[in-house]
Design a protein around this ligand. Structure first.
Ligand SMILES: C[S@@+](CC[C@H](N)C(=O)[O-])C[C@H]1O[C@@H](n2cnc3c(N)ncnc32)[C@H](O)[C@@H]1O
Length: 335
């Protein structure tokens, strides 16, 4: 079990079996030890692992799918701290005054500063336990919360590449919230020819690449995949905000993608929370040929220090570096 789960597991006596919502749990076996009413995650990989493991009442989505109110909520620190305010607002809308919110997280993920924000829910947050470089906090809700509306958290920003302009729609916690990422900008300026037919935007975030592809070539049938429900929510919004069409759905790596694409465009992930994680993109690159039609192009942008050249070269043909600056490289290759 992960360290945060271990801290929860040694405090099981604190939890109310009759009405407990768990949010953002890892995909370990904590749920076999704790009696809960509902467990919720934005992470499709966690959701898939837990449901495959037979756990009941686990849900995935941009928002909780019922209006239920809980006596207790146990919140795992989100991967990005910018999600915290949104999460506090979301979960406290599911708690009456007097209900209890627990927050668990690792020191290196910033639990100390996150716990300070608990005063937005109740006046006297308390540190209940600390072990394995993690802390468990609790607060009794004393601040009335406004009704929660996810759309109130959306922000828009303008992006341009060449003569094409778009409005991106993002939300806290989604990659490059509020501003275009520099690596993505480099890829947008170097998209090359956009094929017609099925085109994949892998790890779409709020959908800037997929939307630009759809705008550049109306014959492209863009499919945008991501693991994070909030990313997919924003990608849908970005498409509709720009009157563009595309298919937006969850996939962990390429596991939930079927068939072959005439082109693949991506700024792929290299982080899981605070840790650098190359394995997702390595597996993605290795399995790409099974998902590309003959001569289909790949355009991938990444930090220059990431060693993707050899992997792409081994998986595909005609590998080349399209452009690079001090930080990023755009790679191209063909199946
Ligand atoms: C570097 S961001 C790029 C986002 C967007 N394409 C852009 O350029 O702004 C990588 C994206 O990959 C997603 N991601 C992380 N792990 C993933 C996985 N296993 N499968 C699919 N997507 C994943 C993240 O949620 C994130 O949105």
């Amino acid at each position: 079990m992960q360290n945060t789960s271990q801290v929860v597991a040694r405090n099981l006596h604190l939890f109310d079996k009759s009405s407990l919502l768990i949010v953002g749990m890892p995909d370990d076996d904590l749920l076999s030890q704790i009696e809960y009413t509902q467990a919720f995650t934005w992470d499709y990989s966690v959701y898939s692992t837990l449901t495959r493991g037979g756990y009941k009442n686990v849900s995935w989505g941009a928002e909780l799918d019922s209006d239920a109110v809980f006596k207790q909520v146990l919140l795992f620190m989100p991967k990005s701290k910018s999600e915290l305010d949104l999460l506090f607002a979301m979960v406290s809308s599911r708690m009456d005054v007097g209900a209890e919110l627990f927050l668990v997280g690792a020191k290196k993920e910033g639990i100390n500063s996150a716990a300070k924000k608990l005063v937005s829910v109740g006046e006297h947050p308390e540190k209940i336990d600390m072990a394995r470089h993690c802390q468990l906090w609790s607060v009794i809700k004393s601040v009335e919360s406004a009704p929660f509306n996810l759309d109130d958290w959306l922000e828009e920003y303008e992006i341009s590449a060449g003569d094409d302009k778009l409005t991106a729609v993002s939300i806290p916690g989604v990659f490059s919230h509020g501003r275009l990422d520099d690596a993505t900008a480099l890829l947008l300026d170097n998209l090359g020819r956009i094929p017609s037919g099925r085109v994949l935007d892998f790890g779409c975030g709020c959908g800037v690449l997929g939307a630009m592809i759809a705008k550049r070539n109306p014959e492209a049938m863009v499919e945008m995949v991501d693991i994070n429900a909030l990313s997919l929510y924003c990608a849908e919004k970005t498409l509709s905000r720009n009157q563009l069409k595309g298919q937006v759905y969850p996939s962990n790596g390429l596991q939930d993608v079927t068939g072959r694409f005439n082109g693949v465009f991506t700024n792929p992930p290299f982080h899981s929370g605070v840790k650098t994680n190359y394995s997702i993109t390595e597996t993605f690159i290795k399995t790409l040929p099974e998902h590309m039609t003959k001569n289909a192009p790949l355009r991938l942008v990444a930090n220059s220090f990431l060693k993707y050249s050899a992997l792409i070269d081994a998986a595909l043909e005609r590998f080349d570096i399209v452009t690079e600056n001090t930080k990023f490289r755009v790679y191209k290759a063909f199946r």
